[in-house]
Write a protein that binds this ligand. Structure first.
Ligand SMILES: Cc1ncc(COP(=O)(O)O)c(C=O)c1O
Length: 402
């Protein structure tokens, strides 16, 4: 007998993805016959475009794709990703700088595992996407949070970042458009932050997965293009999930300096080997095609964005800045907390989210999951009718707060 813990401290310390947990609970309630409307998952409601599915169907029939392929990705996909990166971001990269991963999540995990030694600090802007801190901690790193709020549209300034920098700082996580806030950094602020990182010898992990989902006057800009001197210490994370409605296919990638990509590829060669070939061929069709399907989805998201922001701001005590990108609204609900709703007084956004799920059958993710209690995240990547019905239920329930 041994009294060693059954679960390692490293893995025992990870919490379940709150966004996936909310989504799973909502789907289970739905399966049990309850009319739940889910704003939880960051997942487009559209099917994957036909030409992408068709490419995958054909790949299924090719014996070459029934076998192991290079762990770091199909050479033809890496070529296509380099071409796509030049087309979409103006960033010129060699295919040897690309590693194809099982979604953006694996890209993030491998990037931190490759860059961090125990005790290395990573500056993370909050509200943050819930996966960053967990993958930083798994790699032995220490997240240092810079908290932003609705008064600045959730944008961090160089002064705030500088206040979080120490002599242990190694990496800055930069995400624009952002999950969970939808914030998009204007080009001059991207440059300012990039130059600050370059000046202090920091690495940057920049997550560009929402690059094509920007609205109004907002513009996506790629950090290593704006600040070329940072390219040798920049790791770009991207994937097909959000742009092409391909969340279930699991294809993402890392773009970085060759030594980092090689090292991350060594890790992947032991962990998972190549990404499923059929999915890689689907991704190849996606990134080689034109962007018309994305354009149509963006138009729908933009319409839903305007509806959700308007309806949320009609609720007394709720304050929702207009998101400029991605497909999330991140309202403050501080004005509702502590008030009586159906005999209960939710004190935290986590309690409020629970009450909303029970009483209105609407699934939302509490701000606690993103490092900022007092907020809710609502994905507006769901159908227009469901969106209006769901936010209507929220209006009714929270309107009772007294
Ligand atoms: C900011 C951000 N990066 C990366 C991902 C990872 O996406 P996937 O692993 O599905 O490719 C997500 C998904 O929610 C995300 O919101």
């Amino acid at each position: 007998m041994t009294d060693r813990p059954r679960i390692s401290a490293r893995i025992g310390g990870i919490s379940e993805s709150a966004t996936l947990a909310v989504d799973a609970k909502a789907k289970a309630m739905k399966a049990a016959g309850r009319p739940v409307i889910g704003f939880g998952a960051g997942e487009p409601d559209f099917p994957t475009p036909d030409y992408i599915v068709e490419a995958a169907v054909q790949a299924c029939r090719e014996p070459r794709f029934h076998r192991y392929t290079p762990a770091g990705g199909l050479p033809e996909l890496k070529e296509a990703l380099a071409a796509k990166t030049l087309r979409d971001s103006g960033y010129e990269v060699d295919p040897a700088q690309i590693l194809v991963t099982n979604g953006g999540k694996q890209a993030i995990y491998e990037a931190f595992a490759t860059l961090l030694d125990p005790g290395d600090e990573v500056i993370v802007i909050a509200p943050y996407w819930t996966t960053y801190p967990e993958s930083i901690k798994l790699a032995g790193g220490v997240p240092r949070y810079v908290v932003t709020d609705e008064t600045t549209g959730y944008l961090a300034t160089v002064e705030q970042l500088e206040a979080a920098r120490t002599d242990r700082s190694k990496v800055l996580v930069f995400v624009s458009p952002s999950n969970p806030t939808g914030a998009v950094y204007p080009p001059e602020q991207v440059r300012e932050i990039g130059r600050w990182a370059a000046e202090h010898g920091l690495w940057v992990l920049t997550d560009e997965i929402y690059e094509h989902l920007v609205y109004g006057d907002a513009r996506f800009t790629s950090l290593p293009v704006e600040v070329p001197e940072l390219a040798d210490r920049t790791v770009v994370v991207n994937g097909v999930a959000k742009t092409y409605a391909m969340t279930g296919w699991r294809v993402g990638w890392i773009i970085g300096p060759k030594d980092v990509v090689k090292a991350a590829g060594n890790l992947q060669s032991h962990a998972t080997s190549n990404v499923a070939n059929v999915s890689q061929v689907a991704a190849l069709a996606a990134v080689s095609g034109d962007l018309s399907a994305v354009g149509e989805m963006r138009t729908a998201f933009d319409r839903r964005r305007q509806t959700i922001v308007r309806m949320l701001n009609e609720i007394p005590g709720v304050l929702c800045p207009e998101p400029q990108g991605a497909f999330y609204a991140y309202p403050s609900v501080k004005g509702v907390l502590g008030k009586e709703i159906r005999g209960r007084r939710p004190q935290t956004s986590a309690e409020l989210a629970e009450l909303v799920l029970e009483q209105a059958e609407v699934a939302v993710v509490p701000g606690e999951a993103f490092g900022t209690p007092g907020y809710l995240r609502l994905s507006y990547a769901l159908g227009d009718a469901d969106l209006a019905e769901g936010v209507g239920r929220l209006q009714k329930l929270l309107g009772e707060a007294g």
